[in-house]
Design a binder for this molecule. Structure first.
Ligand code: GLU
Length: 488
């Protein structure tokens, strides 16, 4: 049987390095075993999904030199590959499952659900109390005729255990009683992740589901769906998580996680890919520096790790440096650097910022250095306005990140508005927020071209990373304080 594997990202945010990490292992698996690798876009969350995020996923993966055999942009025999174009299919299967007895209609109102949630919190158990699980068929009919909205829920067994063999983690056992009656089809007729994911994996003939460990807790629900439909489940392979500095799942709250951050910081895609595969896999002889072709050629799923791996930037820097030295011939190095930032298009954009500040051309680098530097100097002395301590300065910067994320706009204009808002909220004069704090955070100095125009040119990922770095230089904000601030 030809293996068929897939990644199924949801286009709800910036293209995450975790997506590239999982994509790489799917690609390596497919190429090693002569199979197919599919990109499927899971955009069932209508509120959070955006076409521009889908495009960024595609662009980011292509920048990493990750290629797929079937996908929304190139088509294929099992399309469409975008879930929003397949909703009729999910509806059909939800009703088929109802007929087979693997699901039921639930008429719980928002008030009922809120009351169940409250009770569950007080008593410390699962939220939904399965009250519509055994409704009389006549009552179901009457409620439907009265036009009552309903969802379709999974009818998970009440006793026994779900047992499956994960090809990485080994045998997994989960008591059915711990698994909730998941909503499969919402009252608006749209599917949830679980239904759409399983139906598509089945229809697209996926043989191996290689995904992150965070989906492990959903797998029993998926296994039950396969059983209830009478389908053969694929082999599940749950990859170790990428961990941030604190040993928790890598999150954008503390680290740059967008693939575009690494592109814009001047990393080589081949180094990022080498690094990401190293996070989940050990090559024979613990070889650390290798090409994608090498890992494809020698791939052995048994060498995939079982516990989380630290996303260690120092390691990535080391690998990147090695690749620059070992793999880029000297006569091609300039061309690679030029492709990165020293290209006509980017330099032209810098001219309006540089021009008013050039006494001689010799000033160009002094004015624009921060566009070409990753390690912006950011000490508390450089960052902190007079009468504002590092803690308060860190809160101001965090406020900027929240506001810009909430606006989903990181342009200079949005940055300007956010700076006024945080100044007002924290009762600090706007001038002080601008200078020295924001100037220093973005440029590493107190003088330079227009801050807002610079932010527009630097782009979201560099700007965000610089604010995060500065927060860290100021001593950071503890998770506890962060939560308290969020509520406040
Ligand atoms: N849509 C899920 C995601 O965003 C897919 C998880 C899976 O691979 O099943 O990652």
């Amino acid at each position: 049987m030809t293996p068929r594997v897939r990644i199924a990202p949801s286009p709800t945010g910036d293209p995450h390095v975790g997506t590239a990490y999982i994509a790489l292992f799917n690609l390596i698996f497919a190429r090693h075993f002569g199979g197919k690798f599919i990109l499927r876009i899971e955009d069932t969350d209508q509120e959070r999904s955006r076409p521009e995020y889908e495009q960024s996923i595609i662009d980011a993966l292509r920048w990493c030199n990750i290629d797929w055999d079937e996908g929304p942009d190139i088509g294929g025999p099992f399309g469409p590959y975008r879930q929003s174009e397949r909703t009729d299919t999910y509806r059909k299967y939800a009703y088929e499952l109802l007929a087979k007895g693997g699901a039921y209609k639930c008429f719980a109102t928002p008030e009922e659900l809120a009351e169940m949630r409250k009770k569950a919190q007080e008593e410390g158990h699962r939220g939904y109390d399965r009250r519509y699980r055994n409704l009389d068929p006549a009552e179901i009919k009457a409620r439907e005729e009265a036009g009552q909205p309903f969802v379709i829920r999974l009818k998970v067994p009440l006793s026994g255990e779900c047992i499956f063999d994960d090809a990485i983690k080994g045998r997994i056992t989960a008591p059915w009683a711990d698994i909730d009656d998941q909503i499969l089809l919402k009252s608006d007729g749209f599917p949830t992740y679980h239904l759409a994911n399983v139906v598509d994996d089945h229809l697209m003939k996926i043989t191996h589901v290689i995904r992150g460990d965070e989906w492990m807790s959903s797998t029993p629900k998926h296994i039950f769906l396969y059983q209830a439909f009478g389908w053969t489940p694929p082999t599940f392979m749950h990859m170790p998580l990428l961990l941030g500095k604190e040993g928790k799942k890598l999150s954008k709250r503390k680290n740059p996680t967008s693939i575009f951050y690494f592109r814009d910081a001047g990393y080589l895609p081949e180094a990022l890919c080498n690094f990401l595969t190293l996070m989940g896999y050990s090559m024979p002889g613990d070889k650390e520096l290798y090409t994608l072709d090498e890992i494809i050629g020698t791939f052995d799923p048994k060498r995939i790790g079982t516990s989380g791996a630290f996303f260690d930037i120092q390691k990535l820097n080391w690998l990147n440096q090695k690749k620059i030295i070992d793999t880029i011939p000297l006569d091609q190095l300039w061309q690679r650097i030029a492709e990165w930032r020293f290209n006509e298009a980017f330099l032209q954009k810098l001219m309006p910022l540089a021009q008013p500040r050039l006494k001689t051309f010799g000033d160009f680098f002094k004015v624009c250095d921060f566009f070409f530097i990753n390690d912006i100097p950011c000490t508390p002395e450089l960052l902190c306005p007079k009468d504002i301590n590092p803690d308060q300065a860190a809160v101001l910067l965090q406020g900027m990140i929240w506001d810009l994320d909430a606006q989903e706009d990181w342009s200079g204009g949005a940055f300007e508005k956010a700076s006024h808002k945080v100044a007002e909220k924290c009762q600090v004069h706007h001038k002080k927020v601008m200078m020295p704090l924001l100037f220093a955070a973005i440029m590493g100095k107190h003088q330079g071209p227009s801050l807002y125009e610079s932010v527009t040119l630097l782009g979201k990922d560099q700007t965000r990373a610089r604010l995060l770095n500065s927060i860290e230089a100021l001593g950071g904000i503890s998770n506890k304080k962060m939560d308290a601030l969020k509520k406040g």
